[in-house]
Design a binder for this molecule. Structure first.
Ligand code: ADP
Length: 488
């Protein structure tokens, strides 16, 4: 059997990962993909910032490894390393209270500096990781995007680092880390490195962290095949499309999976009653309990539509803004769980005030409540403007709640649209980003729900039979890892 030292080591770097922290899909992926990759023969370890908001029960179990200082621009930055093994995966936590001891995770005035610090710390800790043959540094989203840049510009010539290939995965292209040019010298200390300065610069006054990762990494990936194609055109490319076009042969699109142990209606303790695709009766109990909890009429014939996610433009909130009243006037019940932009939160709260009988807006992040919605809903609405992958639609299908999605990105790759002639399908789609197209689709779908329970039940069963486990995706990641390791 290969020892840890012989297995190719993959250092996974992200700002959030379940069970320590989660604000969205990145947390789910960074929490569950490493375990699937480990089963494929890689020694995967995860590096995260030791954020103050990590629950105490985990923090108190972390073990101190060492500490040291490294240069960050003109600063000498403290870097502590702590470790904790969870479900067979070794996690390293980077400790620096001045950057990470905050009430929240993101959204601070010095996020650029925090991210630059974290990216450099990822490179700095590598020599301290025992029994680890680090061959791949796999970075996720803009919070880690400078690590591939630092790795090449500050550490090359050192055999340990020269042996490492870099992969950068885009989960969210919207947040790129566009900073003033001043940061290049003051924080990154790269103003006198012409290659880095040229690659990071987007215009004469600003640099872009994610651009650094996209040009420096050996391979770029994103979280669905459709999104990998879409970002090569300007509508989806967020000004990075030229890089994606140029690097198309190093660009992989791999559809995410979900943690099917955690999201499991047969065993989930957060829901009213457990059920499976072969024993569906209890799903109705979940629905009736949800109707009661929301203060709605408890009536199995009224379709319950749920929406779970960030309340942002990406998630299609503009479509909802246009037709929320028309939608709420239908015979249906709508529950929205999420937090996000104030304008959308206000719009939804206003609509709830006008439609108290069948519209509930819950402005919070609540994992357990989300499970009650996934299990109690009949339909999950996900009308995204763009969607790199999307996990909510997969979780919904796992719980037999049929997704209604706009046909884009990972939604297109994970939902099979209902075909009324063959009876095939696991959900529904509408093509154009148009509020009335969404509304008319929902009218048709809710009418199918009421008029044809037999078809509906079949669709639920088909949705629940889909395999969204990580195993398939991990096989493609393995291929990607082997490809990058074979490159010179
Ligand atoms: P994102 O673009 O935010 O990453 P995804 O669909 O990929 O969207 O993943 C969102 C994840 O976060 C899902 O697990 C979803 O259930 C969860 N989630 C989003 N908003 C909330 C919320 N308000 N409460 C509980 N869970 C949430």
């Amino acid at each position: 059997m290969a020892t840890a030292k012989e297995k190719p080591g993959v250092l996974f770097a992200a700002f959030e990962a379940t069970p320590f922290l989660k604000t969205g899909g990145l947390g789910d992926v960074a929490g569950s993909l490493p375990r699937a990759l480990k089963k494929k023969g890689f020694d995967v370890r995860v590096v995260l910032p030791k954020l103050a908001v990590i629950p105490e029960k985990y923090k108190k179990k972390m073990n101190y490894i060492t500490h040291f200082y490294f240069p960050l621009g003109w600063r000498s930055a403290y870097c502590g390393i702590e470790t904790y093994t969870y479900r067979g995966i070794i996690y390293y936590f980077i400790d620096n209270e001045s950057y990470f001891k905050r009430d929240g995770i993101y959204g601070y005035f010095d996020d650029g500096e925090r991210v630059a610090y974290f990216s450099k710390a990822i490179c700095e800790i590598i020599p301290y990781l025992e029994d680890f043959n680090c061959r791949i540094l796999h970075c996720h989203d803009w919070h880690t995007s400078l690590a591939p840049v630092f790795l090449r510009e500050c550490y090359s010539g050192n055999e340990l680092y020269d042996n490492i290939k870099t992969i950068f995965t885009v989960h969210n292209l919207k947040f790129q880390g566009q900073m003033s040019d001043f940061v290049l010298g003051d924080v990154l200390g790269l103003e006198n490195v012409p290659a880095a300065a040229n690659q990071l610069r987007v215009d004469k006054d600003s640099i872009n962290f994610m651009k650094g990762a996209l040009v420096y990494s050996d391979i770029i990936s994103t979280v669905s095949p459709s999104y990998a194609r879409e970002i090569q055109n300007p509508f989806y490319g967020e000004h990075m499309e030229r890089i994606f076009q140029r690097r198309w042969d190093s660009l992989w699109g791999i559809l995410n999976g979900i943690d099917t142990t955690f999201f499991n209606p047969e065993k989930d303790r957060a829901i009213e009653a457990n059920y499976s695709k072969d024993k569906m009766k209890n799903k109705l109990k979940c629905k009736l309990a949800l109707q009661e909890e929301m203060g709605f009429e408890v009536n199995e014939t009224i379709p319950v539509i749920v929406m779970i996610g960030r309340l942002t433009q990406q998630k299609g909130l503009d479509l909802l803004t246009c037709v929320i009243d028309e939608l709420a006037e239908q015979t249906l019940q709508l529950v929205i769980l999420g937090t996000g932009d104030k304008e959308y939160e206000d719009m939804l709260k206003g609509a709830e005030g006008r439609h108290p009988k069948n519209l509930r807006v819950l402005l919070k992040f609540d994992e357990k409540l989300s499970h009650r919605l996934y299990s109690g809903g009949d339909i999950l609405l996900m009308p995204s403007l763009f969607e790199p992958c999307g996990l909510s639609q997969m979780i919904a299908m796992r719980y037999g709640t049929l997704p209604v999605v706009r046909e884009t990105g990972g939604l297109k790759d994970s939902v099979k649209y209902y075909n009324e002639y063959t009876g095939e399908g696991t959900g529904f789609g509408f093509a154009n980003y148009n509020a009335h197209e969404m509304l008319f689709a929902l009218k048709d779908i809710t009418s199918l729900f009421r008029s044809n329970p037999k078809v509906w039940r079949k669709l639920m069963k088909q949705a629940m039979s889909e395999d969204f486990s990580w195993d398939h995706a991990a096989g493609i990641y393995k291929e990607m890892y082997n490809t990058v390791l074979e490159e010179n």
